[in-house]
Design a protein around this ligand. Sequence first.
Ligand code: GCW
Length: 680
Amino acid sequence: SGEDGYRLWLKYDRLNQQSITFTNYVPFAQSWYVGGHSATSKAISDELEYAFNGLFGKSHRVVQQNAKLVIVYGADATTLYPQHARQLSRLNDEGYLIKIVGQGQKQKVLVLANTDIGALYGSYALLRKIQTGTNKAALNLESQPQTDIRVLNHWDNPNRHVERGYSGQSIWNWHKLPTYIDQRYIDYARANASIGINGTVLNNVNANAIMLRPDYLKKVKALADTFRPYGVKVYLSVKFSSPQLLGGLDTSDPVKTKVQQWWKDKVAEIYQEIPDFGGFLVKANSEGQPGPGDYGRTHAEGANMLADALKPYGGIVMWRAFVYANEKNEERSKQAYSEFKPLDGQFRDNVLVQVKNGPIDFQPREPYSPLFGATPNTPMMMEFQITMEYLGFSTHFVYLGPMYEEVLKTDTYAKGQGSTVGKVVSGGVFPYKYTGMAGVSNIGMDRNWTGHIILQSNWFVFGRMAWQPDVSAEEVAQDWVKMTLSNNQKVVDSVTKLMMSSHETTVNYMTPLGLHHIMGTGHHYGPAPWVDNLGRADWTPVYYHRATKDGIGFNRSPSGVNSVAQYLSPYRELLSNPDTTPEKFLLWFHHLPWDYKIKSSGRSLWDELAHRYYLGVEQVANIGEQWNALEGLIAESQFRQVQMSNLIHLQEAKWWRDACMLYFQSLSGKPIPDDLAKPQ
Ligand code: GCW
């Protein structure tokens, strides 16, 4: 049924005819006009038609003069509404204005933009305002994206397996492309456009060179053609050794003319098919992938070769900073900074360096990567993980908005106070030519797209935060609940509250107080803090928690591996001392005795650890109870899906707690505090 989650936040369920929202907005649904003749203008009309029929049970398109809702862009907008031309001229190509003008019968809503894509974003914004029951008076809006490149990264392989994907197979049906255009591709583009995502990297960063073969480029072209009206550009991950693998060359050394020529020819071939192709994403010299380092060249030399090939067409390179190697003999959290900071200024102007939010690897919680704020001349692009590799796959109820927000709002002090990570990423600290944010997709063939209804919100919030890095996670959660589940106040309040605390809850039962990388080896599901025999320190849990009978935690302070030196003052000094380190990062930066006194609670470190693990489980139990109280207020199928997942979630939270407590107890030799050790 339509309630099973397939329609995401674009459900457009019928509004109650008695509601103020219905009365307020129904005149516009009965009298709307969209200007222009582009494919995007048609996409806008299609969406309005569909949405208004859903929300109001009626929709009527009229000529411009008679319309109560007018959506126009470009010259139409400035000619028809010269009074708004100045405001429009201050907006970029993707921005929009929504205006409510006139009174009573004469009242009109205007959606104005410089381009058809801006008008598309404005239309989705208007629909969102209606879906969330916004008062008409609050409809005057001006918005434009604060980052340029807002992309999903699909870790999808050509055989449809999704690396770290927990929602079924890849939605890209390479076998039936280019001829068969699945409706899902169009719905995917609609969903992305509705939250401002303007690009997609179709394939895994652990790239298969096959994607650049002429027959695959035809398939990629078919997707690009499908997404174009929705403003979603296509990008590809490329394998650095493609000149050898596909071209039959004997090298992929970036300084060799024949290698450069091979890429130039390949890029020309791509643009022949896809004139607005976005560019390349590259994982090089990382976890076994080939790269410029194979020839003694730097990351900059590798990236620049590709950038030069793409430049004539306006394409860009997103070069990943996720590089680390056990052989380097440097602590893993420090390696990306050590490698890339010295390269600042050496990259072409169409290269962005894409950095994971934290310095290790998408842990439930990490401090921000010190590369943010460290490179005045090289745009650092944010990479968030939307898929839940280290956060319970797709059975745990976890909203990532607060986690993204925590990172984006942290101050780097790069140019004094207020130089938040979000500002760095959006070019507000250093004037980057390009800015961007990438989210590793959680989408698959599951009916509900993301394997768990609640996890749809992570796709949603990623888009909203890429558009506006300082948007509040709570506001976005509310919008999502209203659009996806229900406008019922009890549902909105209760689910938003659960969502807002769900990330902290997960950290509590998985990795409290700054613990990290203690998940099961390889698959990263469930606890395995005891694993100590992997032969590589940088993959081994005991190396990260360092628990012994004396204490626990990783000393990254100046008396240890001194990764804190990569942060700027005064954050650096704060992190150097356990007494001033935020408790959430305590064991990330310090090794402390079990009886170290925790400031906020006065408990010993051991008791605090136990307290958090037990609290996490209680909080998960509470999610289940609160959810159950909403029965009847949410569509049956959505309700049941989440209810069943909550049962798994609770079992697994207990698994985490018990496994970690028993293991750490075997080292600390301390009892579980009395107030916790009641029968469960
Ligand atoms: O988190 C790790 C994952 C790998 C992934 C890698 C990366 C795509 O375990 O599966 O590979 O990060 O980001 O490159």
